[in-house]
Design a protein around this ligand. Structure first.
Ligand SMILES: Cc1ncc(C[n+]2csc(CCOP(=O)(O)OP(=O)(O)O)c2C)c(N)n1
Length: 795
């Protein structure tokens, strides 16, 4: 960052600057109102008539003038300092303000040439807003300069913090709505500064937009005594700068001064930290509280009710303009109050005075490459995943903690990519066996560090905060601005931030349809400490729901992997870390588990996504088996292999085939998902008519969903997690959910094409084994030794 001007010079708004800022802001407000209301007569070249008004009035006015006021002042700061900045609008429902800003900056027309810098362009700008075939009402993917839609409120600060991690030249301005500030995620996200190191990270400037109202009532912070509000943010560690009022030009002068003060603090923090190459105490970063009226500059009173400064201005302050001549007149007065004839030339382009307020080229916040992260992204320098292979002499012979092997690979990725890779975890890096990363980097922490602390330092880059929301949001901000990472979490608690996964998936889905949005690094989620091995934590820690949620997303972006062992995990992780613009779920437990495939076999298996494990079955190649045993997920894979082993031993005449699925999307028809396997490959694995017993990691319904439309899909009998669990033994988790080897053997026998002699005895034996298990664990408090220590006998 540069600070060639002093704070006082930055603060002093010259007459020329004031005129430009004010004209730009008026133009932005005019275009905002125009987007909400007009479909014609965009420059008010004649009196407004009902036919000029859109049939459906959609959009949010209330937050918009505040958003554009801040934007205008940020542009001036950029013009004076050359600072690279992006703008995140927490109240993203102020979409028309940000669309208008990017149009005024020229970026909109550069990206969408049909919305040009002229009268026709303005009409299109107005007509397209919140209308069919047009653009959404929020600061969404289509909005140039946006990395934050702000549709689901609560995530703006975490996106902002993620955007500046390992991005030292960037200043991210994050406008926080005072209603948004009531959400749990937002409240937790002020803590971002406890993890931001100015030596290598950029800066976030939070601006709390305290306009006092939400959709239909007051905000908590709006009604608190200002001293309490101030104390709250000082308690979070910020230096609070307050600006209040609605007087003009007074507010321009005061806000320019506030921004100058904040900027000076930021540059001083950065300068001293970077000069010294280290920092010993967490800086007190600035934040601004802006108290300005909701719906500022909009209609004051409507039908005898106060609108400006109240919740009534939240959406469309004059709702009856098509039916009510008085409303139509008020709308015209309101829009003419911005004096459009001074702001747009005869062709409809913004006049020179307005345009001088814009920063040049990529310094325009709407044109910042940081907000189109794929443009600045560099691929990861990845090691050869084969170098981390677990030796496997024979399938199912020995146990390894698979995620520990991944940890070793992640450590090497940290080593090779000190400026563009981070692991994000809610306090679980060690618990999830990924602790090898600490050989390369400590945990990031900017608060006081004590002598007994382990692997924690100001310059650490492993991100641990006990907030799935923050982990998720930081990684989103990090990848949206071009860097790479992985979010590792307990499977059940991925549901805490599931809504963020949904929102980010939506973002990626829409981005995939916009050629100007460069692909960004994928959002990788490692789901571990899974439902099947939370025997020590119990029912609250069991929940494979995120899998179900990802299945609802478009094939362009949704990927779900179930590596059954360490070598498969390494191969899958390598693939995911190379990929762009997907949401990749990788599901595998962290406890010691049997290993099945050599690295070469694993790489081939993962490349196929699903294959027959010939060594586990006994069917003849080229002939249909009597039954297929299929599996997706590590623990259920073990149960399937064990079931197949029982059948081979005790019912050798029964021809069984074992199929393992790593890439769940392979099961979907190719017309429904790009990974879907063709009919021939599907039949090669599952035949066209033989019954399949499918043991699945997640809810059984997921498999029925992905198999929709496959030949004779009714023949798939799925067992999976059925919401049973408690604090019990590992094997009992599978027993409670009826997916043990014994259940699978029973299913195989009852559904096989042929029922060989001896099947009845085997059924009885299975029932007896289950009863034995039930009795044994209650008596001995652990699993039967032959279950606990089971491995596949060498052949
Ligand atoms: C998580 C979430 N809950 C509810 C809503 C519905 N909603 C949209 S705007 C809004 C009020 C926002 O108030 P504030 O953050 O103060 O923004 P502003 O006043 O600037 O419009 C609400 C509740 C939402 N978008 N997201």
């Amino acid at each position: 960052m540069t600070l060639e001007l002093t704070r006082d010079e930055l603060a002093a708004l010259s007459d020329g600057q004031l005129a430009a800022i004010d004209a730009w802001w008026r133009a932005c407000n005019y275009l905002t109102a125009g987007q909400i209301y007009l479909k014609d007569n965009a420059l008010l070249e004649r009196p407004l008539i009902v036919e000029d008004i859109k049939p459906r009035l959609l959009g949010h006015w209330g937050t918009s003038p505040g958003l554009s006021f801040i934007y205008a002042h940020m542009s001036r700061l950029i013009n004076l300092t050359g600072q690279q900045a992006i703008y995140l609008a927490g109240p993203g429902h102020g979409g028309p303000a940000l669309v208008a800003a990017s149009w005024l900056e020229g970026t909109y027309s550069e990206i969408y040439p049909d919305v040009g810098f002229d009268r026709t362009g303005i009409v299109r700008l107005f007509r397209q807003f919140s209308t069919p075939g047009g653009i959404p009402s929020h600061v969404s993917v289509t909005t140039p300069g946006s990395i934050h839609e702000g549709g689901e409120l609560g995530y703006v600060l975490m996106h902002a913090f993620g955007s500046v991690m390992d991005n030292p030249d960037l200043l991210t301005v994050a406008v926080v709505g005072d209603g948004e500030a009531e959400t749990g995620p937002l409240e937790g996200s002020w803590k971002g500064i406890s993890f931001l190191n100015p030596v290598r990270d950029g800066a976030v400037l939070p601006i709390l937009h305290l306009n006092g109202a939400k959709i239909a009532g007051p905000t908590v912070l709006g009604r608190k005594p200002p001293a309490e509000v101030r104390a709250l943010f000082e308690g979070h560690g910020y230096q609070v700068i307050e600006v209040e009022g609605s007087d003009l030009p007074g507010m321009h002068h005061r806000f320019a001064a506030a921004l100058a003060t904040a900027y000076q603090m930021i540059t001083e923090i950065n300068h001293s930290a970077r000069e010294a190459g280290r920092i010993d105490v967490r800086p007190r970063w600035p934040m601004i509280i802006l108290r300005s009226p909701k719906g500022w500059t909009g209609p004051g009173q409507v039908d005898g009710n106060q609108v400006v400064g109240t919740w009534r201005s939240h959406q469309v302050p004059l709702a009856g303009v098509r039916e009510n001549q008085d409303h139509l007149r008020l709308l015209e007065e309101w829009m003419r109050s911005y004096r459009p004839e001074e702001l747009f030339d005869a062709e409809g382009a913004p006049v020179e005075l307005v345009r001088t307020a814009n920063p040049p080229g990529p310094l325009r916040m709407s044109a910042s490459p940081h907000a189109n992260g794929g443009l600045v992204s560099r691929p990861l320098d990845l090691p050869n995943f084969r170098d981390f292979a677990v030796p496997v002499d024979a399938p199912g012979g020995g146990r390894t903690e698979s995620t520990r092997c991944l940890g070793t690979m992640l450590a090497e990725i940290y080593r090779r990519n000190p400026d563009r890779f981070r692991l994000f975890s809610p306090d679980e890096t060690n618990s999830n066996r990924l602790g090898a990363v600490f050989e390369v980097s400590d945990r990031a922490f900017m608060e006081r560090i004590e002598s007994g602390d382990v692997r924690i330092s100001h310059d650490g880059r492993v991100m641990e905060v006990l907030s799935e929301h923050n982990c998720h949001g930081w990684l989103e901000g990090y990848t949206l601005t071009g860097r790479h990472g992985i979010f590792a979490t307990y499977e059940a608690f991925a549901m805490v931030s599931a809504s963020q996964t949904v929102q980010h998936s939506k973002w990626l889905e829409e981005a995939a349809r916009l050629p100007w949005r460069a692909p960004i690094p994928s959002f990788n989620v490692l789901l571990t400490s899974t439902a099947w091995r939370n025997d020590h934590n119990g029912f609250s820690h069991q929940g494979p729901g995120l899998i179900q949620i990802m299945l609802t997303h478009r094939g362009e972006i949704a990927r779900i992997y179930f590596p059954p062992d360490a070598n498969c995990l390494l191969s899958v992780a390598d693939h995911c870390l190379r990929s762009m613009s997907y949401v990749n779920l990788i599901v595998i437990d962290k406890q010691p588990q049997l290993q099945w495939l050599t690295m070469e076999e694993a790489a081939e298996h993962c490349a196929r996504g699903a294959s027959v494990w010939t060594w586990a079955g006994n069917d003849d190649p080229g002939h249909e088996p009597d039954i297929v045993l299929a599996c997706a997920g590590d623990i259920v894979t073990m149960e399937v292999v064990a079931a197949a082993e029982i059948l081979r031993e005790r019912l050798p005449q029964l021809r069984i085939r074992v199929v393992n699925v790593v890439d769940l999307m392979k099961l979907i028809r190719p017309k429904d998902h790009p990974h879907g396997m063709g009919e021939m490959q599907f039949a090669e694995l599952f035949t066209e008519s033989v019954d399949v017993i499918f043991a699945f990691h997640g809810f059984p319904g997921a498999i029925h969903q992905v198999l929709h439309g496959r030949p004779d899909a009714d023949r798939f009998h799925v067992r999976g997690y059925i919401e049973e669990g408690t604090t019990t033994t590992p094997f009992d988790m599978t027993a409670l959910n009826q997916v043990t080897r014994y259940h699978l053997v029973i299913d195989a026998i009852t559904n096989a094409r042929r029922i060989p002699a001896g099947a009845g005895d085997l059924l009885a034996w299975c029932e007896q084994k289950l009863a034995e298990h039930n009795a044994y664990i209650v008596e001995h408090l652990e699993d039967l030794p032959d279950i606990r220590d089971w491995h596949l006998p060498a052949r």
